[in-house]
Structure formats: C-alpha cells, structure tokens
Design a protein around this ligand. Structure first.
Ligand code: NAD
Length: 479
C-alpha cells in the first residue's frame, strides 16, 4: 500500500482537510496512488515561526546531542529501508533494487554527518598585543529553506537536512510534489528519532509560490536548492534580492572522454550501467560521449549492445533494470531530442521511440552522427538518450567538453596516466571520474562549477554552507 501523505509542521503530521491537494501518480501505469496536501500561506507562516522558535534552542544543543540524533536517524533508515524503497518505486519509478540502494546510502550519509558535526572547528589568531585574544567562531546560519527534486528524493533530502541540522540550523523543506513519499518518510524518521518540534518542517505546494514566499521571509537566512539550472537561476535572483546565502546543486551535461588506449569493453559496459541508472535521470549521468577515432566503432557497438539489453518495466517487477521516466514531461523531452538528431542528419542506433504501453516508458537510446550544436549535445538530457561522437586529439576533446556552460561531473577512460592527468587538470567540472564512477559518497564533496551551481554537499565542506563566520576580539584587561 502507498502511505498517506501529509504536511509536517512544528512536529505535527497534518492531513489534507480543507487544503488544496494534488494527485500523486505511479509513472509505471499512470494510476493515482494518493493525494498530496498543499500548504497554504497560514501553514507556511506556522512553519516559519516554528523553525525560528526551534532554532533558538537547537542552535545551543551540544554537537554530541546532534550527533546522537543523526546516528538514530541512520539506524531507523536501515530499519525502514524496505518500506520506504517500495513507496519510492511506486511514486518515482526506479527499480526496487535502485530504490533500496538509494535509501541505504542515506543511512551512511546520516552517520557520516553524525561524526563530522562534532568537528565544526573555529580557530584562534595570534594577536598583536598580549592581552588581546582573537577567535574565529563558526555559528549556525539560522533557519534554512531547502528545495529538493524528484530524481533521488530521499538522498537529496537527507544531504540537506543532515548538514543543516548537524550544524545547528533548522529547516523548512519543500520536497518534490511528483514523488513525495520518501521525503515524508524521512520526516517521520527524524520525528521518531526525537528531533524537537519545529527543527524540521516539510511543506508541499506550487513550487514557485512556496519558494518565493519562503525566500522572501526575513526569518529564512539561507536557501539550498537542487534542480535545474533555469529554476536555480530564478531562485538565486530572488535570494540575491533579499541577500540570502545559498547552496545550488544544479543540472549538468557530463562529458565522457574515451581514449583509444582505454579498456574499451570495460568502459562500454560500465558506462552503459551508469547511463541506465534511474533511466538517465541523474544530474551526474554520463551524457555526452566523445570517443577517440580508432576506438569509436568498437565502443558504439559494445555500448549499444550492453545498453539495449536493459530490461524495461515496472520497478516493482522481478528482473526490471530500467523503470519508467518519472513523469510525462521527460518522455516529451526525449522525443524532442531524437527528432532533432534525425532532422540534423544523425542516426538512431537503438531505441528512439516511446514504448507503447501505459506509463512513461522510453527505451535506452543511442544516437550518432549529430552535430555538436544539436539539442542532445547542448541541453541536459536527463533521460535515457545517449549521443556518441568521435574525436581526434585530446586538446579537441577537452575543448568540446568545456564548450557548454555546465560544469558538474565528467568521465575519462584511458590507460594512459598522461591522458588522465591532461583531462582531469583541464576539464571544467566540479567532479572528475577516471576509469570508474567514484562520486557522491558522504565523505567526498559533491558540487558543480559554472552554471552547475555553487557550494558543495558532503566532504569536509558539507557544513560550510550552514555556518557563518564570526570574529571575536577580546581584551582581557585594559592597559
Ligand atoms: P523543473 O525545472 O520544473 O523542476 C526541477 C525541480 O525543481 C523539481 O523538483 C521542481 O519541483 C523544482 N522547482 C521547479 N520550479 C521551482 C521553483 N520556482 N521553486 C522551487 N522549486 C522549483 O523541471 P522538471 O521537469 O521537474 O525536471 C527536469 C529538469 O530538472 C531536468 O532537465 C534537470 O535539469 C533538472 N533536475 C535536476 C536535478 C539535479 O539533481 N540537479 C534533479 C531533478 C531535476
């Protein structure tokens, strides 16, 4: 059964009574799973007041206490993994095994933040006078408004909440209305782990209305958004108007450089697996494939056969390795990308048309022969279309990789240390993977450059966005 969805405000789970609501669909069969209540402005005001009041005490809790809470959260995530994953597959579409992997990785995130929040250090600076003491303190920034998307609903919510709460901030979180269950399950976990009322609030609504209301409120001191570049820029403009701090995890269009000297079979198999994860709806999915000339035909061949072998189906069905796209909008985008390739003289090697059945199914698709100016080479695909194109020299490959405004993740496959170094040093992206997929761990920073955002989540940097620096200069006795 799909769980009933609520708002979570000031420690209370509120139902839809008297509130606007929207249906929640199963992307595998278009059936309605339930209804999601929207927060009205009175609800948002209650959440703002509750978060502010809670901040006044939560900020003074000891890091040990916050750490213990995050550990309990980690334990409850492991305990409830199966139920959360099942509901996530129902409202988001990804195969159950992927949903479980997402949930379990979040236990790891909670536990790592539990350890790391005990290490938010300040520093002392030697003074110019013997009776003056200079200290740099790092204090929680205050009430945070967080906006998280639908592709990894649990993961993106835990990253933001564990960093904010671990630093001593409180949070109002607007999760993804298309796939809400995992975010509400997370709120339940924090509630049951003993988080005081008001420290975390979960609201739903029309995204632009909720975000504008929250960002404009003087109570909110920081915003954190994960989602597309255009929406990120809109929110950044509003935040700028109100001088709010921000962390932005935005879209990408990750280049993949496969050199002649790479282990081509291994690269093709690994990349087909990364590309099919969550049906390509991953901000760091490999999405522009540049393959060196000599290896090109072999790579296209090997990649296509591994990629086309994905078993498409309902994420809950045995054997499914690729589920439906999360909503109809993505299917329309995939159709548009493929039509544009064909119009520009390119070729569809496999896939290319929506699957004729209920739900938002689009097959693994490989396209070749399109120019770099085609839509699929310039817009974030966020779906299962993979464009492959040849290159000659490493200088050319890096130049083409850097030609877009995005800068999130990148991939390099080579057996040459020189090629690996050359590319890793020059590619303009926040994360570079050489010969494997090695990012998004709790202990490593995750974030983009250029239009792909600012700030990092995870790694030592994880609390930087949630603390402010305060300098204190004390004279112990006046001379
Ligand atoms: P979209 O741009 O409408 O929405 C993306 C996300 O932002 C959704 O979760 C949505 O609820 C939220 N959102 C939209 N407008 C908002 C606003 N004014 N205030 C606050 N939140 C808002 O696109 P979509 O069709 O839902 O998703 C497709 C695009 O989103 C993709 O092309 C991809 O670039 C991007 N995306 C990126 C990530 C990521 O991890 N970086 C995740 C999901 C979606």
């Amino acid at each position: 059964m799909y769980p009933t969805q609520h708002l979570y405000i000031n420690g209370n789970f509120l139902d839809g009574e008297g509130r606007k609501s929207q249906p929640i669909f199963n992307p595998a069969d278009d059936k309605v799973l339930g209804h999601l209540p929207h927060a009205g402005s009175a609800d948002l005001d209650t959440a703002l007041e509750a978060a502010q009041k809670a901040f006044e005490s939560w900020r003074w809790t000891s890091p040990l206490e916050r750490s213990a809470l995050l550990r309990r959260v980690g334990a409850l995530i492991r305990e409830r993994c199966d139920d959360i994953a099942r509901a996530l597959t129902l409202d988001q579409g990804k195969p159950l095994a992927e949903a479980k992997a997402e949930i379990l990785s979040c236990a790891d995130h909670a536990e790592w933040h539990a350890e790391e929040c005990r290490r938010i250090y300040g520093r002392t600076i030697a003074s110019r006078r013997p009776n003056v003491h200079q200290t740099v303190m790092r204090q929680p920034v205050g009430v945070c408004a967080a906006f998280t998307p639908w592709n990894f609903p649990f993961n993106q919510a835990i990253r933001k909440t564990s960093a904010a709460l671990g630093a001593g901030c409180t949070v109002i979180l607007k999760g993804p209305e298309d796939s809400p269950s995992a975010v509400l399950a997370l709120a339940r976990i924090f509630h049951d782990a003993g988080l005081p009322p008001g420290c975390l609030n979960v609201v739903w609504g029309v995204p632009s209305e909720v975000s504008e209301y929250l960002i404009a409120s003087p109570i909110v001191r920081k915003i954190s958004f994960t989602g597309s570049v255009p929406v990120g820029k809109q929110l950044a403009a509003i935040a700028g108007r109100h001088m709010k701090r921000m962390t932005m995890e935005l879209g990408g269009h990750s280049p993949v450089l496969v050199f002649d000297d790479a282990d081509i079979d291994r690269a093709a198999a690994q990349l087909a697996a990364y590309k099919s994860r969550n049906a390509g709806q991953v901000c760091v999915a490999p999405s522009r494939f540049y393959v060196q000339e000599k290896a090109y035909d072999r790579f296209v061949d090997k990649f296509t056969s591994a990629y086309a072998a994905q078993q498409l189906g309902d994420g809950l069905a045995e054997g499914t390795t690729m589920g439906p796209l999360a909503h109809e909008r993505r299917v329309e985008s995939m159709t548009r990308f493929v039509a544009d390739v064909v119009e520009r003289g390119g070729k569809v090697v496999t896939g290319g048309e929506r699957v004729k059945r209920a739900g938002n199914f689009f097959p693994p698709t490989v396209v070749t022969g399109m120019p770099d100016s085609s839509l699929i080479m310039t817009e974030e695909p966020f779906g299962p279309v993979a464009p492959i194109t040849p290159f000659r020299t490493r200088e050319e490959a890096v130049q083409r990789a850097n030609s877009l405004p995005f800068g999130l993740a990148s991939y390099v496959f080579t057996e040459s240390l020189s090629n690996a170094r050359f590319a890793a040093d020059r590619i303009e992206s926040g994360m570079v993977n050489v010969n494997h997929f090695g990012i998004a761990l709790p202990e490593t920073p995750f974030g983009g450059i250029k239009d792909s955002g600012m700030g990092a989540e995870g790694g030592q940097e994880t609390f930087d966005g949630y603390v402010v620096t305060k300098f204190v200069s004390e004279m112990s006795s006046p001379y």
